[in-house]
Design a protein around this ligand. Structure first.
Ligand SMILES: [Zn+2]
Ligand SMILES: [Zn+2]
Length: 369
């Protein structure tokens, strides 16, 4: 069964309501069970998808489904949209024109939606691999309010947290993420009088912890799939999957360049001129790196296989790249100045001669006023 409603209707995620309607009509005609070539299952799927994508509120909730963990400490804020609850009614809807026997409520199993969460690890953890703990709130409805989040008889009011938008933007200077409002779980409305047992969440208090292995070599923004840890399915449908997007804190020393790491390596002007063997940092202590005589500023030297583990599955490592930065003293002593003067005397060539002669042909060509 297709999971993605947009895919199901064959439209892009940015499709206009008109485009969605058109696509739905075409497919509904094509798969209508009254047709010879009709397919009732397919027809129901299309119907279900259209029910959601044609309703701005449901569409918004669907588009933004997911939860996130902005941090990983005890203050980790975990919000989960309860699509199965919000959209539960959709799947039991009446299917029009399916003939006498087909009328009435037709319950349908649907796979639970995939969820996405964010986790943050240090640079060292990204190199060595690690295991992270994700708090998972209970999926069971609160026994006292039966999942409504409100005290018995409480009326609903606009959610004060998101002003009814159903979504909040969280930013800590590094990331800005739009997530379902944790207070109303994306619905935009909350009970006036919250249930004291679940404090309005509608979920049985408590939860569990999910341990997720992060492979060595993971890059910033890498995604880990945890099968079967997404939202519960509807009916007998299986659970969706959980995707953990891993953010890697930048290192003070290493910069990630694809499957390699880059380090800016300062050398003195004499090391650049005469060549040298210098101590350089690697992922496993320091090593000696040979600088050839005449090494230019900005050139890159490599230590093969000293980089991070590749995430291709093979037991290979990327390289370490050392980008040479020739460090120049701001001031010179009299002695140093005399030495530089002596050097300048002997370096009596003009490195710009070629450049200037090439530029001269342009002026001679008369294109310059
Ligand atoms: Zn409750
Ligand atoms: Zn809200």
């Amino acid at each position: 069964m297709a999971q993605d409603y947009y895919e199901l209707l064959g439209v892009s995620r940015t499709a206009s309501p008109d485009e969605i309607k058109k696509a739905y009509r075409k497919l509904a005609r094509q798969h209508h069970p009254d047709n010879n070539s009709g397919d009732e299952e397919k027809f129901k799927e299309i119907q279900g998808a259209y029910d959601i994508l044609s309703d701005p509120q449901k569409k918004q909730t669907y588009d933004r489904g997911g939860f996130q963990v902005p941090g990983m400490g005890p203050d980790a804020n975990f919000s989960m949209s309860d699509l199965a609850d919000i959209l539960g009614g959709v799947f039991g809807g009446r299917i029009p024109g399916t003939g006498g026997g087909g009328r009435g409520r037709t319950p349908m199993a649907a796979r639970g939606r995939d969820l996405e969460t964010q986790a943050r690890i240090t640079f060292d953890q990204s190199i060595d691999g690690t295991e992270i703990s994700l708090p998972v709130p209970s999926q069971d409805p609160c026994p006292d309010c039966r999942g409504t989040g409100g005290r018995a008889g409480s009326s609903m009011t606009t959610c004060p947290e998101c002003s009814g938008q159903g979504v909040v933007i969280q930013s800590d200077g590094l990331f800005s993420t739009q997530t379902p409002c944790p207070r109303c779980r994306g619905v935009g409305r909350v009970p006036k009088d919250p249930c004291p047992t679940c404090r309005g969440t509608g979920r049985r208090p408590g939860g569990s912890t999910l341990r997720v292995k992060v492979p060595a070599g993971i890059r910033d923004g890498g995604r880990i799939r945890v099968p079967g840890k997404g939202e519960p399915g509807v009916g007998n449908g299986p659970r969706g999957d959980l995707y953990v997007v891993v953010h890697v804190a930048p290192s003070q020393v290493f910069r990630r360049k694809g499957e390699h790491l880059e380090i800016e390596l300062p050398i003195t002007v004499t090391e650049a001129l005469r060549g040298a063997e210098v101590r350089v940092p690697t992922l496993s202590g320091t090593k000696l790196l040979r600088i050839a005589p005449g090494t230019k500023h900005g050139s890159v030297l490599r230590l093969k296989g000293e980089g991070p583990k590749k995430t291709t599955g093979a037991d290979e490592r990327g390289d370490l790249h050392y980008r040479i930065a020739i460090d120049l003293p701001k001031t010179l002593t009299d002695e140093q100045r005399a030495a530089v003067d002596a050097l300048a005397e002997t370096l009596d060539y003009d490195p710009r001669a070629d450049l200037l002669s090439r530029a001269a042909t342009r002026t001679a060509g008369g294109t310059h006023a």
